[in-house]
Design a protein around this ligand. Structure first.
Ligand code: CTP
Length: 401
């Protein structure tokens, strides 16, 4: 059984048949030592009586935004401040839609808006409603705003359908809650991360760049934040929403990325160079748009500084992790880069065949360090990021101890 002693959990219940399962969740939470307060929406009360949760949690159940009898020390703002985690389980499609739009017309929605603590939702609905584009959009948006989305599970539904939409089982939800409170593997570690492509201007409207989407770097930032690192992202131009808990320094060219990194690096413990930095820039950027004037055209390119090499050459240097994007001879080139750039670790990935790496949602890594190697099998970038951050945290802790 997980220990959640002294943890304060605010459990929000919305209208859905899975509301009865939340009674078991309250029981498990209390058994694991948590303090639980329950908030129900009006439609949740159509499924289960507040008295059920009151008996299990040992506290009155909050149901009304304008409750004349409410304990004045526990109005909605106080409740939002009181908890360590707010979990809405089950979270109906209707509730998720209103939450995404920022509605606050019932107590639970108000709490979701007012809470500075982590908010998690456990969606539960008919599989067709879950598959609907508006539900998917809502869930994606909530997730990009750091709302934790737990589930749903796949299986038989109360309506007889089969598919994804079942609320996660109470044991699984308890487990996820406990994960939130375990100490992070990078607690107190300052991580500087370069991500995305760079753009090297040719003239005011044209540039040289590459196919990096930034997805791997942003997934690494998210994974490191989950391990409680303090993350600074130096990001080239990408169309992704940065995690709000990270400090973002937006740059465009390799030179700007270099300057930003050098400005930050003095205080950092860990440096991950995930950016696809342009190796060359145009020698003379034209002041005005170049005109079509000849059959052929040449651009004179000059090398950019290697940011990773510059960081690893510092006397007081952070633990340095590089990437190697290669189209062939992965291990050979990765090991050469590990040596040449004096790195602690290098993560090599194959690019250019369209199945993983640049511009895709998947990746696959071969990670090398001086006396070791680990393969991370093909998976989604968030999953790869989690495994890589685990590996880096382990090597970093070894190196510093
Ligand atoms: N890198 C960097 N600054 C550069 C070029 C690369 O910090 N100007 C970093 C990348 O972020 C990556 C690693 O160096 O972590 C390797 O980058 P990669 O493009 O694979 O290799 P290069 O060193 O540029 O060599 P090549 O292009 O010849 O493979």
């Amino acid at each position: 059984m997980q220990s959640l002693s002294n943890k304060k959990i605010l459990l929000g219940i919305t209208g859905g048949i899975a509301a009865y399962k939340s009674a078991e969740l309250v029981r498990l939470l209390i058994k694991s030592g948590a303090e639980v307060r329950v908030v129900m929406t009006p439609s949740a009360q159509e499924f289960v009586q507040p008295l059920t949760y009151q008996a299990l949690s040992g506290h009155r159940v909050y149901t009304d935004l304008f409750d004349g009898e409410a304990d004045s020390a526990m109005d909605h703002i106080e409740l939002a401040r009181w908890c360590d985690l707010l979990l809405v389980a089950p979270a109906s499609a209707d509730f998720l839609g209103k939450m995404t739009a920022g509605y606050a017309d019932n107590l639970l929605l108000t709490l979701c808006l007012a809470s500075k603590q982590p908010v998690a939702v456990a969606p539960a609905m008919n599989q067709q409603m879950f598959a609907n584009a508006s539900t998917r959009d809502n869930i994606n948006q909530l997730s990009s705003r750091q709302v934790l989305v737990w589930g749903p599970a796949d299986g038989e539904q109360a309506c007889g359908d089969i598919g994804p939409g079942r609320m996660l089982e109470p044991e699984q939800l308890l487990n996820n809650i406990a994960q939130q409170f375990r100490p992070g593997k990078l607690t107190g570690v300052k991580l500087l991360l370069t991500v995305g492509p760079t753009r090297e201007a040719i003239d005011p409207v044209r540039y040289i760049s590459n196919r990096s989407s930034g997805k791997m770097g942003y997934a690494l930032a998210e994974a490191a934040l989950r391990e409680a690192a303090e993350v600074t992202l130096v990001s080239g131009p990408v169309s992704l929403i940065p995690p709000s808990a990270a400090r973002l320094v937006a740059v465009e060219s390799a030179q700007q990325m270099y300057d930003a990194v050098m400005q930050q690096v003095g205080t950092q413990d860990l440096f991950i160079a995930c950016a696809a930095v342009s190796d060359y820039r145009v020698d003379q950027t034209a002041q005005h748009k170049l005109k079509k004037s000849a059959d052929t055209m040449s651009l004179q390119l000059v090398p950019n500084a290697d940011i990773l090499t510059a960081v690893s050459a510092l006397e007081e240097r952070p633990f340095c992790v590089g990437f190697a994007a290669e189209t062939r001879d992965l291990e050979k080139y990765a090991m050469q880069k590990l040596e040449k750039k004096k790195l602690d670790m290098i993560a090599a990935n194959k690019v250019g065949d369209g199945s993983s790496g640049f511009e895709t949602d998947f990746n696959q890594l071969e990670v090398f360090w001086r006396d070791g190697h680990h393969s991370i099998e093909r998976a989604s970038k968030p999953e790869i990021a989690k495994q890589l951050i685990d590996l880096i945290a382990g090597r970093y802790t070894c190196a510093r101890s």
